[in-house]
Design a protein around this ligand. Structure first.
Ligand code: SF4
Ligand code: SF4
Length: 260
């Protein structure tokens, strides 16, 4: 997922695909390039990716972040990007790659799931509106692009069970856009507020503990129905976490909670 500058979108590599455009693609075990794409990647993980992967692996979000990611601050945004750490071998393979393919296939990240389509979000500042846009971007070595199966963006997303991921990624893009300006002030991006914001989005198990086993509920009045949902549904808790960060950093009101 990328935020797209409206004026520069035609300069990006790959072909933009509209709702009615179609593209060719098929990937299957046995294709000549099988598994070639799962190595030496700058694979960005969004919070929903982390949530699904840590559940798939049966480990805590703490353990997942410790074992599998590097967090980096990129120019132009004051919230860290989270990258999947590749294995320490000559080919720098994805840690989840096996000879039989992806070992976390049912919970593979949005980028892998949507491939060869990349989703961006175009923000129209005048209308304050986010619109998803899509690019078809198979690398040259990917033979899947020469297969006969034809798709459009919607049918591909349905086939790859990507809709939920794409919705969560758009919400994440809206959240990340707020960090174009520095919210940290003198504390900097290593300060306690930055750590809380990272926890509430990427470290969902810690945030669950914080929400239910600290003074959080004494300080915030949370709607009963919301409380029920976030207790048992990590994805709902993640959306709640984004709302909470927006509230505590910028005072952006949420329908889910308010300060007592
Ligand atoms: S390079 Fe393309 S066709 Fe080959 S395994 Fe990867 S996604 Fe599939
Ligand atoms: S998560 Fe799976 S699909 Fe994605 S790069 Fe790793 S092995 Fe490949």
């Amino acid at each position: 997922m990328k935020y797209i500058d409206i004026d520069k979108k035609d300069e990006l590599a790959g072909r933009q695909v509209g709702e009615k455009d179609t593209f060719s693609f098929r990937c299957y075990p046995g294709i000549g390039c099988f598994n070639r794409c799962c190595r030496n990647l700058n694979l960005f993980l969004y919070p929903y990716d982390v949530l699904r992967l840590k559940n798939s692996l049966g480990i805590s979000s703490d353990a997942f972040l410790e074992r599998h990611v590097d967090a980096v601050l990129c120019p132009g945004n004051f919230f860290p990007e989270v990258l999947l750490r590749m294995s320490d071998n000559p080919e720098k393979t994805c840690p989840f790659l096996t000879d039989a393919g992806c070992s976390v296939y049912a919970d593979r990240p949005d980028t892998c799931r949507s491939f060869p389509i990349e989703q961006g979000v175009q923000y129209d500042a005048a209308r304050k509106k986010d619109t998803p846009i899509y690019f078809y971007r198979p690398p040259d070595f990917c033979l899947g692009q020469h297969e006969d199966d034809r798709w459009d963006v919607a049918s591909w997303a349905k086939d790859q069970d990507a809709r939920r991921y794409q919705q969560m990624t758009i919400r994440w893009a809206q959240f990340k856009r707020l960090f174009i300006d520095d919210p940290w002030g003198v504390e900097g991006p290593e300060g306690s507020r930055a750590k809380m914001a990272f926890m509430a989005t990427y470290n969902i198990d810690r945030f669950h503990e914080f929400a239910f086993n600290s003074s959080f509920l004494k300080r915030y009045k949370v709607k009963t129905a919301v409380l029920k949902k976030i207790q048992s549904d990590d994805a709902e808790l993640l959306k709640f976490g984004m709302d909470w960060v927006q509230l505590f950093l910028w005072g952006i009101k949420s329908k889910k909670m308010r300060l007592r």
